[in-house]
Design a protein around this ligand. Structure first.
Ligand code: SAM
Length: 257
């Protein structure tokens, strides 16, 4: 690792544990027709593994100080885009057709949710993701209904993916060490994704979870359709959003649509 001073404001905690880097990089075996998207390659800790794997690579890095390092990873199959990932139209950056698209990255924690939302709403089909995130956030991703961590984002992610924790990562695995523990989460695209209007579903979920202490009824508004749904499931009228499963949300959303 060369001596570039880490910028806290960009979430720069560079992963130095090669064992964990290898677990992340090899989480999806790729073939020639696959694409890996890496957000925040930094000094190329993961990128150096990706360029040895079959397939193509697109990296997004906001910090131009990394140019001298990352330029070595450029090739016919790999490109490095120096820009804010959140400002990119990913569907335009991907010019070829790929069999599978995987997002594999140690992402900056300060924009974890915006990065994933940007990916989910980009219009591209993501077959899998492996992300290193803050452990608390990983708990929210894979939370079960009725638990403290279950929320809007849990349900949205459940729409697309089966999720599993691969490994916990202590602060000492990074330089500089973050204050929090981290976890590698693997997301595998579901075989049969329910067809629905994603934008409206997101709005619906956000409303349902808007005020945690309020009932579902108060959050989304009372209606005979809601009452019928609750009755058919033997749910109380004062049920809260966090008690509903992903399947419940899809069913209710379709009934209300
Ligand atoms: N992948 C490297 C590693 O594992 O050591 C670096 C990970 S570091 C946690 C996050 C990286 O994301 C940094 O290189 C940072 O500059 C970059 N970054 C931060 N905000 C970004 C953004 N909006 N778009 C693209 N890259 C960003």
């Amino acid at each position: 690792m060369v001596n570039i001073e880490a910028k806290k404001s960009l979430g720069q905690n560079f992963l130095k544990d090669e064992k964990i880097l290898k677990i992340i990089a090899s989480s999806f075996p790729t073939s020639d027709n696959d694409l890996i998207i890496e957000i925040g390659p930094g000094q190329g800790a993961l990128t150096k593994y990706f360029i040895q794997m079959p397939g193509s690579l697109i990296c997004y890095e906001i910090d131009e100080r990394m140019k001298d390092i990352l330029v070595h990873f450029k090739s016919e199959r790999s490109s490095i885009i120096f820009d804010d990932f959140l400002n990119r139209d990913i569907s335009k950056d991907i010019v070829d057709d790929f069999e599978n698209i995987y997002v594999i990255a140690n992402i900056p924690y300060y924009i974890t949710t915006p990065i994933i939302e940007h990916l989910l709403f980009s219009g591209i089909t993501i077959n899998g993701m492996t992300l290193l995130v803050q452990s608390e956030v990983a708990d929210r991703f894979i939370a079960s209904p009725k638990s403290r961590d279950y929320g809007y984002f849990t349900v949205l992610l459940n729409h697309f993916f089966e999720m599993q924790k691969l490994v916990d990562v202590p602060p000492s695995a990074f330089s500089p060490s973050p204050k929090v523990f981290s976890t590698v989460v693997k997301f595998v695209r579901k075989k049969n994704i329910v067809s629905l209007d994603l934008d409206s579903f997101q709005v619906f979920l956000k409303r349902a979870f808007q005020y945690k202490r309020k009932t579902l009824r108060n959050n989304i508004g009372a209606s005979s359709i809601l009452d019928e749904f609750l009755e058919s499931k033997n749910y109380s009228k004062s049920i809260r959003a966090e008690e509903l499963s992903y399947d419940d949300f899809v069913e209710l959303f379709n009934k209300l649509a």
